[in-house]
Write a protein that binds this ligand. Structure first.
Ligand SMILES: Nc1ncnc2c1ncn2[C@@H]1O[C@H](COP(=O)(O)OP(=O)(O)OP(=O)(O)O)[C@@H](O)[C@H]1O
Ligand SMILES: Nc1nc2c(c(=O)[nH]1)N=C(CO)CN2
Length: 172
């Protein structure tokens, strides 16, 4: 059965918008149908590395027949295609600069936990750079197990987010 999922994209190396657009095209080749994109936002770095270039972030609404672990594999395959080092590999920096980051934010109503995957994404309700584009696509969104996304956004202080450009092209 096909499910609706939301993916969070981020880039802060090279041509950031071009990297996000190329990610959309790469997802098509992994059985992930991209239905809609949020606007592209320029966002202040959040997390363990604050002294780095600002990010471009966007959220995609996708449709897929993949299950949770397979969908994570697809996200990781797209990151690898852009040369991203992965957790556990040489050169990996938690929260560090990256040409592309693809996070699996939500898969339908699923609450799921395995060694390598947590759904909803553990940070989905604490990051403005995720919630602002997510709410643009789904203003009434309820985050499974955590309540209305709009209430979570109200609780976040700081984390500058501004519109940098129109939505990514999602057509084939
Ligand atoms: N919902 C999820 N989406 C993506 N990765 C997840 C998720 N839940 C758990 N993970 C795990 O988190 C690991 C680290 O992810 P990643 O390399 O993208 O970290 P990061 O981008 O530095 O930080 P963050 O995950 O907080 O954005 C992945 O290898 C993956 O196994
Ligand atoms: N603004 C912003 N900050 C981040 C981002 C990101 O995509 N945008 N990604 C991170 C690691 O996943 C760490 N910090």
């Amino acid at each position: 059965m096909n499910e609706i999922a939301y993916l969070g994209l981020g880039s802060n190396i090279g041509d950031r918008r071009m990297n996000l657009q190329a990610t959309v095209e790469s997802l098509w080749t992994h059985d992930v149908v991209v239905l809609a994109s949020s606007s592209v936002y320029e966002t202040e770095p959040v997390g363990e590395v604050l002294e780095q270039r600002s990010f471009f972030n966007a959220v995609l609404r996708v449709e897929t027949r993949l299950g949770p672990e397979q969908l994570l594999d697809a996200c990781k395959a797209v990151e690898r295609a852009f040369g991203r080092t992965q957790l556990g590999e040489d050169g990996y920096v938690k929260d560090g600069p990256r040409a592309i980051d693809v996070d699996l934010l939500l898969l339908g109503e699923l609450e799921y936990s395995s060694e390598r995957l947590t759904l909803p994404h553990r940070e989905v309700t604490s990051r403005r750079f995720v919630l602002v584009p997510l709410l643009e696509l789904a203003p009434d969104l309820e985050v499974p197990g955590r309540g209305p996304a709009v209430l979570a956004l109200d609780l976040i202080e700081g984390q500058d987010v501004t519109v940098a450009g129109p939505p990514l092209e999602v057509g084939p």
